[in-house]
Design a protein around this ligand. Structure first.
Ligand code: BG6
Length: 500
């Protein structure tokens, strides 16, 4: 890996503390950082190099999956860090930054390879990119890369405008748009999973009946009212993470074709049957959490959360039915759901195969890909809904995907950005096509064409969301809906669930 300067905008912020420093440290411990490496942290606060290092150390002690127990190694890691006060809008500050970057490059004898990481609010993305260009920071003799956090735009028009703006300073191949779902270990293994003989076997002679992509959360809006109330579940989770999961599933599971992954993902988005604001209500369910109980404790409803207007119409739950109009997936509905304040945190993909021809008693075969908080893949044959499984042999196979203490999403992604590997970043085509699909739904929401259903916190979301798969004769494969404890082992729990 080439020697690099890692320029971090937002070095005093929360994301840096929770994710970026631990990711860098774990890469360092695993020998995955360039041998000569310089980090320049930027922020408005009047910190010194020492304050930055003390904060980095604290963040590692608190958030890193590998604790910094080796003092000598920690010291070597921290020595790479420098701090520079920077006001994002002040051009003179970028000149000071350039001077510091160059000094460090000279000290370490490294080429002018610069990675700019924007861990700041989206309103700063454009101005920072401009200033990187005009200050000369972006015209060194090495490569330059821009790593950018979500949200990438607020709607189709603003996403296009942001992309145009960034394009004045960086080429598409230099822009690494983070979608942290693409960094999740199980998502990174979907391609290998699609080649697994047991998985290929499922596809032999038949096609899935449906695919379900679920990202349920039990947390509420947390301390992010200002951001979340303007965003909602559709923008916060669906437009980016869930559509990325849809693309990854569709290209990597058997039948997904071969060739360049970004081209294939783009083709999936192009094949996604569009919705219009007139048809949105038929395939989208939106909801907002009301008060309820999470883990036995009472929680307030969304509109009673601090910072949320009492008449807010923001969606905290979205379910959708989508169809991919290509030869691989035509006729296989994709049901997608995500929401806050649901019964449990669970991110997973479930591929359901119907009973073989003429054997309705066999039940369904399920490929259950758990992405978080558990990381595991199980294959369950002959699965029935509650009460009807008697006499049917249930087979549950756990496929080893090596989940123990695996790297976190940010570690994978920052490692890839440093190595110049764009595979697990969102390409502009994908982002634009996702917004194109979502925009009519936003328009329908704005015109109140899709009802906003209230759902009790701690449950399974609005009952209306069950109608989406039910119309096709299916049900969500969620975790056990009954309060009764199942006597099945963990890997078999889908066997006992019922949506009823
Ligand atoms: C973020 C969203 O992108 O993803 C949050 O802004 C959400 O609202 C989070 O809670 C979920 O990520 P994960 O990794 O916990 O599934």
């Amino acid at each position: 890996m080439e020697p690099t300067t890692f320029v971090l905008f937002g070095a005093t912020g929360d994301l840096a503390k929770r994710k970026i420093y631990p990711a860098l440290y774990n890469l360092f411990v695993r020998g995955k950082l360039p041998s000569a490496f310089s980090v320049i942290g930027l922020g408005r606060r009047e910190w010194t190099d020492e304050t930055l290092r003390a904060n980095v150390e604290q963040s590692l002690r608190r958030f890193s999956r590998t604790k910094p127990d080796d003092e000598a190694a920690l010291g070597r890691f921290l020595r790479a860090f420098r701090y520079c006060v920077l006001d994002i809008g002040r051009e003179a500050d970028y000149q000071r930054l350039l001077k510091l970057v160059k000094e460090r490059e000279a000290e370490l004898g490294i080429p002018e390879n610069r990675l700019f990481y924007l861990s700041v609010g989206p309103e700063h993305f454009g101005p920072i990119a401009d200033n990187i260009r005009s200050s000369g920071l972006g015209s060194g003799r090495g490569w330059k890369r821009l790593v950018i956090e979500k949200p990438f735009g607020h709607d189709l028009a603003s996403a296009r405008e942001l992309n145009r703006k960034l394009g004045e300073s960086f080429a598409e191949h230099e822009i690494y748009r983070i979608d942290h779902y693409l960094g999740k270990p199980v998502v990174q293994r979907l391609e290998a999973l699609g080649r697994h003989p047991a998985v290929r076997g499922l596809w032999t002679g038949r096609r899935p009946a449906n695919v379900q992509i679920v990202a349920d959360e039990s947390v509420g809006v947390e301390e992010r009212a200002g951001y979340y109330d303007k965003s909602g579940a559709l923008r916060d989770m669906f437009q980016n993470h869930l559509l990325q999961l849809l693309m990854m599933t569709a290209v990597h599971l058997p039948g997904g074709g071969s060739g360049d992954v970004h081209q294939r993902k783009k083709r999936i988005m192009e094949a996604l049957r569009p919705v219009t604001k007139e048809t949105a209500a038929a395939c989208i369910v939106r909801g907002q959490y009301a008060e309820g109980f999470i883990g036995g404790s009472p929680v307030v409803g969304y509109t009673a959360e601090p910072g949320i207007a009492p008449d807010s119409q923001t969606d905290t739950f979205i379910a959708a039915r989508l169809e991919i109009d290509n030869d691989d997936w035509r006729g296989v509905p994709f049901y997608i759901r995500t929401g806050k304040r649901l019964r449990e945190k669970s991110t997973r993909i479930v591929v359901e195969f119907g009973a073989p021809e003429g054997q309705p008693e066999h039940g369904s075969d399920l490929l259950v890909i758990e992405i978080g908080p558990n990381e595991r893949v199980t294959l369950q044959r002959g699965v029935q809904f509650a009460g009807s499984a008697e006499g049917i042999e249930q087979v549950s196979v756990e496929l080893d995907i090596n989940g123990d203490n695996s790297p976190e999403a940010y570690e994978n992604l920052i490692g890839d950005a440093l190595a110049g590997d764009p595979t697990f970043f969102a390409h502009w085509d994908e982002v634009e096509l996702s917004w194109r699909w979502v925009q009519p739904v936003l328009d329908a929401f704005a015109e109140n064409r899709v009802p906003l259903h209230r759902y009790a916190a701690g449950g399974f979301g609005p009952a209306e969301s069950d109608a989406l798969p039910a119309k096709d004769g299916f049900r969500w494969w969620l975790d056990d809906r009954s309060d009764a404890k199942s006597d099945k082992s963990e890997g078999e729990r889908y066997v006992c669930q019922s949506n009823g």
